[in-house]
Write a protein that binds this ligand. Sequence first.
Ligand code: A3P
Length: 338
Amino acid sequence: EEDRQKQMYKRYDELILTLPAYTQNSIMLPESIKDSPSEEKLRQYRQYKGFWFWPDMMLPGFMAAKDHFIPRPSDILICTPLKVGTTWLKALAFATLNRNDQPCKQSLLLSHNPHDCVPNLEVILYGRKRLPDLTVVPSPRLLSTHVPYQLFPTSWLSSGCKFVFLCRNPKDTFISYWHYLNKLIEDVNHKQSLGDMFDAFLKGVHLNGPLWDHVLGFWNASLVNPDKVLFLKYEELKSDTAVNLKKLAEFMGCPFTEEEERDGVLEKILDMCSFESLRNLEVNKTGTMPLKLSHDIGNEVFFRKGEVGDWVNFLTPEMAQRLDQAMEQKFEGSGLSF
Ligand code: A3P
């Protein structure tokens, strides 16, 4: 069985190296640990069915998850582009869903990074070159993915499971992404310049991009199927966290009762999951995340500033305008804006 799985992942790897690579502007992905000699090739974005991926970190895992993950109707999948507040949403969803077994004082979130509590399908669960046994995980399973809706196999879509999607102002998403990727890249000579990365971003080249297609996929799905796809925005989550948390709880099938609201259960969850609280936990200050990169990545990388509008400190007005215009054009007629 082990051999069979190894063969399967080998076939995925071979297929991935035939996909189009992005080789312009010295745009590179971080160094990951691998035994293949073709390192350079694995540090280039690869395009799979219209979206850009990290060839050895995300794609084999997604291919395996697509073929082998069987969602249950009770599953909840946290779906996000990178750097839109996934960590926060995972914490809120996990704390809310498990509030009876794990009241805040005993929450796993106090000793574990939210990404350990809500594992990612393509990077962690299926990204380790062997298939996980998810049948042992009790329902409701809370899992996550960065993969766009358009790539979900029919088996996921018809499973009856629920998808919670979060996105963020594209300018802030980009700035957060630029900081993040440069933290993951160890070699100082390969740190990515803002300009090069911005040009690539405008072309849609970044992990699981183009961002506009990623966002529109979930937006349209949420309009057609609001009971199965919840569409959230970081800025709204920031400006009214309580209202959005109630919405999330209802969507997940575990609405807060009047009694819980009276007892301050909601506030306790909001407090525990706030930027300051999470950031100041020992596990998030000194713990590391289980990515197979050439160097350890601290959990603190997920807690940078947590503000709306930080792009203004990095993008020129001209860059901001270019990105705004590109987004407006892509979102035209969809009813969606930022
Ligand atoms: P900044 O880089 O703008 O600070 P992700 O979790 O998808 O990787 O997104 C990371 C972004 O969410 C970072 O944005 C990070 O600071 C912010 N973030 C993390 N935890 C947060 C929280 N509890 N509340 C608000 N923002 C948070």
